[in-house]
Structure formats: C-alpha cells, structure tokens
Design a protein. Structure first.
Length: 156
C-alpha cells in the first residue's frame, strides 16, 4: 500500500500541489526544483510480481505499527506520519525484522521541522529535515497531536 501511494505521489497523479483547507496535508513546499511527474520511463511491469505485501514476506512482517494522526486530538500531521512510518519500515527491513521495532517519532517533525505542524506539510520536506537533523524514536518523544503551531514547541 505504501509503495503504491509513493508511486502515485511521484507519478503526478496525486502530486498536484495546492492549499486546500479541507485537505490540510496537501501544501506547496515552495520547492521550485521539485517536479510533479516522472521524468524517466518506468521499467516494464512484466518482471514484477502481481502483488508484494511487506506484512507477509515468507511469513515475516516487515511493517511497523499503524497510527492515527487524530488521537488524542485533531492534528493534520499525515505528512509527518507518512515520512516517519516509511522510515521506520525501511529500518525494520534493513534489520531483517529484528525485535524491537524502531518507530521514528512524528512528534519531533511537527514540533521541530519548518513545515506547518498540525496544519499540514509535505513528506518530502520531512525526509529532507530528517536527513539534516537528528530525530528520536517514539520512546523519547511520544505523539501528542500538537505541533509548534498549536502549543507543542520543539525541545531537546
């Protein structure tokens, strides 16, 4: 599912950037170099399996936990959840599903990154921020559904 969403995002189908109060997680990053479509041809699909589910690869689940961005209160942080969930899953895949899971904290992004906290943002910017800054796992920064824009400022 995440792979399909990623493919759609970068294929231009979903990547139309706009600011819509009804969909606060779709916001223009202001990055003029970001392209809205795939610029190189995709590989032929004939060599790909019909399905690939990361939650059952030879009986092993390579996915980390699912979250709800609106618990304990409403927060438009889907962008932070998408980026941290994808990053957490990549860590689990790299560690060959070894226990314990590492769940990267979306709270750090909504409190500390330059995006708009609980009022939307872009996963692309979250990945860029994580590459340039340190981010903790959820044991150090529990999700509070509040960001720098509504009362949960960045802290050490």
């Amino acid at each position: 599912m995440k792979t399909a969403a990623f493919a759609l995002l970068y294929s231009g189908v979903v990547a139309k950037r706009f600011v819509d109060p009804a969909a606060p997680c779709r916001r223009n990053s202001g990055n003029k170099d970001q392209v809205d479509h795939v610029v190189t041809p995709l590989a032929p699909l004939k060599d790909l399996p019909a399905t690939h589910l990361w939650n059952n690869v030879d009986g092993v689940n390579y996915l980390t936990n699912l979250r709800n961005q609106h618990i304990p209160s409403y927060c438009g942080s889907c962008w932070a959840h998408a980026a941290t969930s994808a990053f957490s899953d990549r860590i689990k895949i790299a560690r060959k599903a070894a226990w314990p899971d590492v769940n990267v904290a979306p709270q750090v992004l909504i409190s500390c990154s330059g995006d708009d906290g609980c009022h939307g943002g872009e996963a692309f910017n979250a990945f860029e921020w994580m590459a340039k800054n340190e981010i903790s796992d959820e044991t150090c920064s529990v999700y509070r559904a509040r960001g720098h824009d509504n009362g949960e400022a960045c802290s050490s």
